[in-house]
Design a protein around this ligand. Structure first.
Ligand code: AR6
Length: 172
């Protein structure tokens, strides 16, 4: 049975899922936005684990345990900074989603929550980014047989509306 895709408005650190995705930067050493919230909630052991990873290129992802989070894993994905759209941003963002789903599949994740990567501090326009998020996740699902549920976790009502419209259009 194909995984259920849905959108919710929530603080991702509170979700009871197997893995949450972090919108990280290439250092993996924390920051603001959802990254700051995840590190605060997971506690200092998460930072220690991230230090050992030695960074991550843009468009790629790394996995750690979730420590004090309800989630067993954190998948740290590094989205692109928006530079106007002609600097490979769309391909890098799609790559992020493919890589984070490959890690979820490799770790037998059944339920996954993903924030709106790159659309906060990194400035990616929400409509374009959400389109890439939904289409890339849908395309990658057949390779993630154990994934039952993917939750697009939105922080604002506006973002939630964008995702809900896309999911309705895609018949998800
Ligand atoms: N739960 C769910 N979504 C959240 C939360 C939360 N607790 N907090 C913020 N968001 P951003 P980026 C939303 O800026 O654009 C960091 O400093 C937020 O409203 O967190 O990929 C990193 O270290 C927005 O919709 O990530 C990087 O340096 C979405 O999460 C840089 O920011 C992503 O916004 C990454 O920037």
């Amino acid at each position: 049975m194909p995984a259920l895709l849905r959108a919710v408005r929530a603080d991702i650190t509170t979700l009871q899922v197997d893995a949450v995705v972090n919108a990280a930067n290439t250092s993996l050493l924390g920051g603001g936005g959802v990254d700051g919230a995840i590190h605060r909630a997971a506690g200092p052991d998460l930072m220690q684990a991230c230090r050992l990873l030695g960074g991550c290129p843009t468009g790629d992802a790394r996995i750690t345990r979730g420590y004090r989070l309800p989630a067993r894993y954190v998948i740290h994905a590094v989205g692109p900074v928006w530079r106007g759209g002609c600097s490979g941003e769309a391909e890098l963002l799609a790559s992020c989603y493919r890589r984070l789903l490959a890690l979820a599949a490799a770790h037998e994740v059944g339920s996954l929550a993903i924030p709106s990567i790159s659309t906060g501090i990194y400035g990616y326009p929400i409509a374009q980014a959400a389109g890439i998020a939904v289409s890339t996740v849908q395309a990658a699902l057949p390779a993630a047989a154990l994934l039952r549920e993917v939750i697009f976790c939105c922080f604002s009502a506006g973002d939630l509306a964008v995702y809900e419209n896309l999911l309705a259009d895609n018949g998800a």
